[in-house]
Design a protein around this ligand. Structure first.
Ligand code: URA
Length: 194
């Protein structure tokens, strides 16, 4: 399985299916435990991620790591983090619908290979693509949706929280709810984690 994920990463690293390939520095495939039961999905890489080849490593990523740490989740231990699109949209614009349609297959394969129990969408764009097209992040953040084998939740994007720090408490409540679901459905996530 890890081998398959490595092969998929290799395939993505040479992808030229959309215009973002022309301006990227690195393909930002994903990071974390390939057997994670909990997966986080952002929108697309920004400048820092493009430079370093890893999702959520800029200021928003540092906030995300602090929030994750608050519920004992760590990118190098018990979760996996990826984005909907693997290459940086220039000037941090939203990914265009055709860019998402070209790229989403990689995410779908990642999800199939990792096979998490819980998927958390970071921000409106990921939640609208993956949970429901009319997802309203201000109203529906923190709600859990059953989708086949998966439980899905959308929460505020950490970059939105940086712009509006008043929302941090709301997002943290979502994380506390997430911790409850993990303990209920897949407590092994916390095995051996201090
Ligand atoms: N925002 C995202 O959605 N993903 C990243 O990897 C970084 C910032």
């Amino acid at each position: 399985m890890t081998d398959n994920l490595a092969q998929l990463r290799e395939r993505a690293s040479g992808c030229t299916s959309c215009r973002l390939a022309q301006t990227r520095t690195n393909v930002v495939f994903g990071v974390g435990n390939p057997n994670a039961r909990v997966m986080f999905i952002g929108e697309g890489p920004g400048k820092n991620e493009d430079e370093q080849g890893e999702p959520f490593v800029g200021r928003a990523g540092q906030l995300l790591d602090r929030m994750l740490g608050g519920i004992n989740l760590f990118r190098d231990k018990n979760i996996y983090i990826a984005n909907m699109v693997k290459c940086r949209p220039p000037e941090n614009r939203d990914p265009a619908p055709d860019e998402v349609s070209e790229c989403i297959g990689y995410l779908r394969e990642q999800i199939k290979l990792i096979h998490p129990k819980i998927l958390v969408c970071l921000g409106r764009i990921a939640a609208q693509y993956l949970i429901t097209p009319d997802f309203k992040v201000t109203k529906q953040h923190g709600e859990f949706f059953e989708r086949g084998d998966f439980l899905m939740m959308g929460t505020l994007h950490p970059a939105a929280i940086l712009r509006n720090p008043g929302q941090k408490a709301l997002a943290f409540e979502d994380f506390v709810g997430l911790r409850h679901r993990i303990l209920e459905l897949c407590p092994e996530v916390y095995e051996g984690i201090e």
